[in-house]
Design a protein around this ligand. Structure first.
Ligand SMILES: N[C@@H](CCC(=O)N[C@@H](CS)C(=O)NCC(=O)O)C(=O)O
Length: 217
């Protein structure tokens, strides 16, 4: 089986593990699957041959022999369902882990991304402070419930799963913000994810691409 994923040739996240190929790399590392990476420019993402793989012209896409997938969540779930270590064997626990995987993507990620975009693009607008207060509150609403659910458990539901992988990548988008720091249990949860050897390998691989792009100019 040959697996190829797509990633940015020069990632705007500067190799900090935020671009969404990272979560796929991490899942592949957890599953012990070797993979190749096709590096693409922003321009190449919008070309018809790539749109045939990823209809929105984004990274990541995933190719596994004849199969082509897109959407990082669907790709991580595909890997997790076929390889041990990312989903529990018990059907009920497996279904709960998948709920949390969707929660990371559909409930927690959107307000975090909306806030990041506002910080990046709207900080100089006259209404920025008022809007930021609302966006912070939306994120905090998720974090308070997530921290309540996690309590002093290590992972979201029993052992580490694809749900934790996804949730940690989503929370990482908050960086060192005070929003996350207000919840020591969540900060420790993210640190546990980041300490996993598979995370470290995925991070180093993504960073190496960015560093090479800088050297190449
Ligand atoms: N929902 C998609 C989002 C993919 C996505 O937003 N990718 C970004 C990088 S993290 C991208 O390719 N942006 C370039 C663009 O939209 O032109 C997924 O999870 O795979």
């Amino acid at each position: 089986m040959t697996i190829t994923i797509t990633a940015f040739a020069a990632s705007p996240d500067r190799g900090r593990g935020l671009a969404r190929d990272f979560r796929v790399r991490w899942a592949l590392e957890e599953a012990g699957l070797p993979y190749e990476v096709q590096l693409l420019s922003f321009e190449a993402l919008k070309q018809p041959d790539y749109l045939a793989q990823q209809p929105f012209g984004q990274i990541p896409a995933y190719r596994e022999d004849g199969l082509i997938l897109f959407e990082s969540g669907a790709i991580v779930l595909h890997i997790a369902e076929r390889h041990p270590g990312l989903l529990p064997a018990d059907p009920a626990a497996r279904a709960r882990a998948i709920s949390w995987l969707f929660a990371a993507l559909n409930t927690v990620e959107p307000p975090i991304v909306e806030r990041s975009m506002a910080l990046m693009l709207e900080g100089d607008r006259p209404w920025a402070a008022e809007r930021m207060a609302m966006l912070d509150a939306n994120v905090a609403k998720c974090l308070v419930q997530l921290a309540r659910h996690l309590g002093d458990a290590e992972w979201l539901d029993g052992g580490f799963s694809a749900a934790d992988l996804m949730m940690v990548t989503v929370l990482c988008r908050l960086g060192a913000s005070e929003l996350l720091a207000a919840y020591p249990a969540l900060t420790a949860y993210v640190a546990r994810g980041e300490a996993r050897p598979a995370y470290q390998r995925a991070f180093a691989a993504q960073l190496a691409v960015f560093e090479a792009s800088q050297k190449a100019g």
